[in-house]
Design a protein around this ligand. Sequence first.
Ligand code: NAP
Ligand code: GDP
Length: 321
Amino acid sequence: MATEKKIVLVTGGSGLVGNGIRLAMKERPHLQRDDEEWIFLSSKDADLMDKQATLGLFEKLKPTYVIHLAALVGGLFRNLKYNLDFYRNNTIINDNVLHACKEFGVKKLVSCLSTCIFPDKTTYPIDETMVHNGPPHDSNFGYSFAKRMIDVLNRAYHKQHGCNFTAVIPTNVFGPYDNFNLEDGHVLPGLIHKVYKAKKEGSDFTVWGTGSPLRQFIYSLDLGELMIWTLRSYPEIDPIILSVGEEDEVSIKQAAEMVVEAMDFKGNVVYDTSKSDGQHKKTASNAKLRKYCPDFKFTDTRTAIKDTVDWFEKNIETVRF
Ligand code: NAP
Ligand code: GDP
């Protein structure tokens, strides 16, 4: 007798991380399973800020499992401008989605936090126990407090209703289908966009800030694979950091140099120090991940940046600018 397929719903499935999951499943055969049907949603399927629309979507699709990615997302400069929107939109979306998961008996939910929500003043490396230890960096307090409340909701839904809701904490993500808009996006897509423009116009390549801040970058397909593992195998309600090791942290300057190399840019590289550096670092420990997945191999950052640049150049007509 054929077993019924489990429906895996991915909210925010049309974005960077959603496509990372989709591409990982497509390109890494060991992740494929016959007993699952994956549905990747965009805001066109339902506005998750609307409670009735969210409940209607769950009623229609009846998911067994949910990966919740949908959020207002942006790099440092978008966060600096719209802290209120980041707080309100994300709080409303998260409340609607987690409530719908409980109402429709979803067996497991994995939501997405971020390492930028950790306390600004902290000891390093940061680990999963420190999410609520002190105020986040002022540049993105709206996004950070909204995200931290997912962890509160997960614990409360578990305690009061026995729900199996957990969360992952990724570091800076990059890859195909990123937002390459200069004002709104994150640093790597921003740098790729700027080198593309500088090559086209014969102008300088301007990196914002001093270039000294440090970041751990994770390739979206690696994150996708680890999120699939989280959904299928991670047993805790407490969140887990999904990150490359501390030794793989790079400066913004080094990241800019990797983009220059990947795009074979021969012009001048300049630093606009009038622009904010944001948080200097948010070095995270991946010891918990390594305890569960000691053998997972991350894609080398140089290779992943080259793959992202190739994707960007091939899809230049349709990329998000
Ligand atoms: P993204 O590329 O901007 O994608 C955002 C997704 O959310 C899109 O699918 C978008 O749909 C959907 N969405 C936004 N508002 C919505 C609404 N009101 N109703 C329904 N869907 C809505 O973002 P991402 O980088 O993939 O981020 C995914 C998750 O990872 C987020 O929770 C984010 O906080 C987390 N995260 C990201 C990073 C990073 O570096 N990017 C790092 C750590 C954690 P449309 O395509 O239709 O607009
Ligand atoms: P964050 O990791 O949350 O701070 O977000 P971002 O991905 O936006 O990275 C911000 C860091 O990259 C800051 O130190 C910025 O000064 C630096 N940066 C350099 N050039 C750019 C750029 O073109 N776009 C963005 N978003 N950041 C840049």
